[in-house]
Design a protein around this ligand. Sequence first.
Ligand SMILES: [Zn+2]
Length: 379
Amino acid sequence: MNNIRCYNCTEEINRENQSLEHIIPNACGGRLTSRDLLCKECNSYFGEKWDAALAKTTNAFANLLMITRDRGEPQSEKGVGLRTQEEFKLPPGKPPVLSKPTIIEDLKNGEIEIHANSEKELRKVLEGYKRTYPEIDVEKALASTEHKREYFDQAVNLKVHIGGPEVLKAIVKIAVNFFIHKGGGRDDIKHLLPYLKGTKELNIVWLYHPEERVYAAGIKEVPHVIKIIGDPKEGVLYAYVELFDTHSFIVLLNENYKDAPVDLDYVFDVVSQTSKENVTKLTLVKNDIIEILKQKPFNINKVRSRIDRVRKISNKLHDHREIDKIIRNAVKVFEKESEGVLISEEAKNKFLEQVSLDFAKFMLHKQNSVAYLREDKPK
Ligand SMILES: [Zn+2]
C-alpha cells in the first residue's frame, strides 16, 4: 500500500505532521475535510491569505444565511442605511446596530439628538459634550432617554466583491484539494503549485455562469458545488467551483491531460447542511475554457439574479426565526400561571393580544424592508 504524501513537498504524512484541511473553507461553512492532502508546514503557506480573501468575499452570504462554522466567529458586515444614511453593522443572525452613535445638532434651538445602541454609549457621548457645555446634566439627560426597540425598517446598501487575484487562488485551491482528495494524481496538478504558493501567476481561473445550471438547486437550497472533469481525448482537466449558488468559476487544471477519464462532483447545501454526489452536468471542450480565460466575461445580470435568489431564501430563514421568537415571547404569558391550574381567560386573551401586536409589527416591517447588494466587477 502506498503511504500518503503531501501533494506539495511529497513528504510522508504521519501523525506528527498531519493537518486538517477544509476542502471548501470553513468560513464558507464547508464540511468536507481531509488530513491526507498537505503536511502541516505546506498547509501553512498554502492558504491562509487566499482563504481569508475568499472569506471576506463570501462573508455577506454566510451572514445572510446564518451558516454555522466548525470554528471561528463570522464577521459583521457594514452597510449604509438608505433612509437615514447612518452606517450600520450587520452582525450575523442579529438585528443591525449603529456602527457609532449618530449625533444631530440643532444649535440654534440648543437641541442635540443622539442615537446610540446602549446607555453606555450614550453616556460617553454626553460626557464628551459636558466638556464643552459644563451645564449639561448627564444623569438627568440619561433619565429622560427614550428606549426604543423596533424592527429595522430601511434598506442597507452592502457591497459585495467577487473575484480578485487572491480569491481566484482560493478557488483553484478548492479544485486542487478536491481532485487530490478524490484520488487524482499529483503529476496532473504539480505545475499549479508555484501559483498556489503565490510565486508564479497563471491565467487559469475565471468567473463562469453557464446558461444551464451545473447543479439545479432545489427551492430551499443554497449549494456549494465542485465538479472536476478529466477528458484525455480532449486533453483537458478542468474544474467548476460554485459557492453560495452565486460565485461560480471555471478552472483549467491541466491542458495536456492524458490520464484516465474523470467525472467527479460534490454538492453541499449550506441551508440543510447535507451533501450529494453524482448530481451535476457540465460538458465543455478545451477551446471553450481557453476562450473564457482569454475574454474574461462578466455578466452582472446573471450574478444579480443569483444574489436575489439567495436573498429571498435568507429572508425566509429570518422570517421563520422571527415568527418563532414572537410565539416564544407570547408563551411567556402562561409561565406566570401556576402549574396544574387551568389557563385563565385573562392569560389567553393576553397571549392573543401579544401575538397579534407582534405580528402586526412584523408584517409592517416585512412590507418596508428590502436589502440591496451591489456587485463589483472583479479585477
Ligand atoms: Zn508538505
